[in-house]
Structure formats: structure tokens, C-alpha cells
Write a protein that binds this ligand. Sequence first.
Ligand code: HEM
Length: 421
Amino acid sequence: MSVQTATSRDEIPEEISAINLVDTRTYLEHDMDAYWRRLRADHPLYWHPPVDGKPGFWVVSRYADVMALYRDNQRLTSEKGNVLVTLLAGGDSAAGQMLAVTDGRRHKDLRNVMLKAFSPRALSKVAALVRVNARRMIAEAIRRGEGDFAAEVASVIPLTTVGGLLGVPVKDHSYLLGLTKSSLSSDEADQAPEEAFLARNEILLYFSDLVAERRADPQDDVISTLTASEIDGVPLTDQDIVFNCYSLILGGDETSRLTMIDSLYTLSREPEQWKRLKEGSVTLESATEEALRWATPAMNFGRTALVDIEMAGGTIKAGDVVTLWNTSANRDESVFDDPYVLDLGRSPNKHITFGYGPHFCLGAYLARVEVKEMLDAMRTFSDGIELTGEPRRIHSNLMAGMSTLPVRFRPDEAGLATADD
Ligand code: HEM
């Protein structure tokens, strides 16, 4: 592990060195926009010092550097973890089995197997389900007039979507939702790490049972596709399948939920942009991309360097942990005009919300469908959105967003009349 490199020896101003990116409270208590601006401008490769007995790590903040490192799975690996919690603990027990923490030939083969489950036929079925669910749930929420959009709509759509893809029975959705919420982030600042650990184990146990059921009685769903798949003539093991179900449910649930919540919150605060959406002067596609850039629910992912890498005036040493900050790259002023302005008609909009390169998000198409259908239902059925209280923000050093969103809707009666069409 390196501690002495060109960049780490630089004089780091107090306002940078005082920020602890591992501590989940940091994101709620500090002006992180100012921090990222400063890092992009002056310390594009910054060595975050060790904290709380955990090793230090590199922080990469510029768009071009983040892209270059995402693309590079020769000099960097995901097999020692791809999120801070596992990277700083020294590894991920699902390495070589779960897609996101597998590299090389095995990653390519596994990704191809998983892509079968994401065939256009399977996806179009799920996309149709998303549309029906989004329209129904949003029409009901608007008819009720007010409520917590996070609990009543945004929590339900993503889990129903991934659940539908995986073949999870509807009766189990709320049980899984509770587990996914506590396994990645927390509504509470002081959730014990053991709680997250237990929640993750429960998800794995749940899927072990479901895999056994599908082996005995295959259905038209992802788990059954995986049970029938082989790599080099060797069938996937139960553990391979369970890890990847886990990764789909975690990858697909919280990220989409946080994006939907953030999008509605943002629209309630940006009347001009809401008007453009409502009147149809921006396309749903460009509004969706901007909502995704704006929310950037996955703040960062990480890698471990396999060899020394020279970049941005410094040297990443073999064995070092490197974190890639989507949050910062998506506001890089050298790529996005007025990055801190929400522009639902923004074009081009090459945001990095879904990552880039070999590990590019497998669920990007589905996530886009979810956000697009939510925006479409909202602009058709509602005439305006108002906050009725302060939303609660999540505590996480991986995800950003809100866990509650108390709102009141003005109904669009003409639009609502088409809700059941
Ligand atoms: C990978 C973000 C929705 C499944 C990724 C990565 C990002 C990301 C940044 C790259 C991770 C890395 O490079 O280490 C998001 C966001 C979403 C979203 C922001 C919603 C707004 C989904 C959905 C699914 C999903 C709906 C599943 C249905 C996956 C999987 C990977 C992945 C399996 C690993 C791909 C690989 O390693 O080859 N996602 N995701 N994601 N995502 Fe998503």
C-alpha cells in the first residue's frame, strides 16, 4: 500500500483533509459540491488518509479520469471488492462468483449468461409491467392527494420490477424490501454494521430456497434461466446463482428507488423544469437522462490497482484502493455546460450514473424505463407537486438520496380520466 506518492505529499488544505468520505454523516453535514469542485480543480488524484483503523484510498474526481479507470480492467480489479465497505475490509467473499466483483474471462462468460436473462423478450415483458404498475400506483397516489411518495410509490416500483424479472413471488416483496434497505444504507445514523450483515445473509438464504424451488419446478424467469445455464460445460452452482440474484436485487432496487424520489423532489423545487415536462417541450428521454445525472444515486464505485498506474500527476501503487466518484464526474464543468443547473432538455448528456466499460450497469435499460414511466405518469396525472414536510436523507457512503418524501399533488382531472386506459 502506498502512503508516499507525489500527490499525497502535496499540501492538502484543511477543508479537504477534514472531510472523511468513509463516515456516512459527512454527506449530510458538509457542502460536498464545494469539496468536489475543489478536488476536480486542484487535487484530481487525492490520497484520502486512513481513518478509523482502515486503510487510505485514492479519490478520483474528474470525468475523464473516472471513465479511463472504469474502462481499465487490466490494470485494476473489482475482485477485491467494488464498494468502500468491502474494499477497505480487504475483499469481497463473492469475488469470482458475483458479476460485479468478477473480472477477466469468468466475468465475460457470466455476463453473457446473465444477458440471456435480460433478452429483449424478457425485458419487454418487464417494461410493460413497469408501465402498468407506475401508472396505477401514481394515479392512486395523486387521487389520495398527499402522502409519502417514497413509501407509497418509489419503494414499490423497483422491487416489483426486479422481483418480476427474477420471479420473486409478490407476497415476498415487502419482506425483501425491508432487507435491501438495511443492507446497503440506513434511515438511521447509528445502525450497527451487524444489522446490515444480517440483512445481507437473510437475502442470500431467501434466494437459496427460491433456487431450490426453481430447480425442482422451472418457470419463465431469470432464476430458472440461470439454473439451466453452463459455462464451459459446467452448470452454475447454487451459490453462483444466489450471489447474482442478490446482486440484481440490491443493484436494481435501491438505486432506482432513490432516483425516483430525487426526481420528484427536484421537480417540486424546479417549477420551470416541471412546466417544460408537463407541456411536452422536452422529450421524456432527455428528461430521464437528466433526472439520472441529477440524482446520481450511486455516488462511487471502487477498484484495486494490480500494477503501478501513473495518472493526473501522481502514482497509484499496485495494491492501492481507488475510488471513482460518479457524483463528481457528473458535475464536471469540462464536460457538462452549467453542471449545477437542472436542464431536462440537456443534450448531449453523457452522464456516468451507470458506470462505464466492462462493468457497465446491466440494468440500465430497466432503470431508464422505470424513471421514464414515472415521469410520464406524473406529467399526465398531476398538475403540480408540493412538499409538505422535510424529506429524510439516507446515511450511506455509497448511495445518495432520501428515504421519505412527504408531498401533496394537484390532480390533472383530464389526465386521470385516462389512467385506466
Ligand atoms: C452495475 C448503477 C439499476 C444491476 C452498475 C454500476 C453502476 C450501476 C454505476 C457499475 C458498478 C461498477 O463498475 O463496479 C445503477 C444505477 C441504477 C441501476 C444508478 C438505477 C438508477 C440497476 C438495475 C439492475 C442493476 C435495475 C438490475 C435489474 C446491475 C448489475 C451490475 C450493475 C448486475 C454489475 C454489472 C457487471 O459487473 O458487469 N450499476 N444501476 N442495476 N448493475 Fe446497476
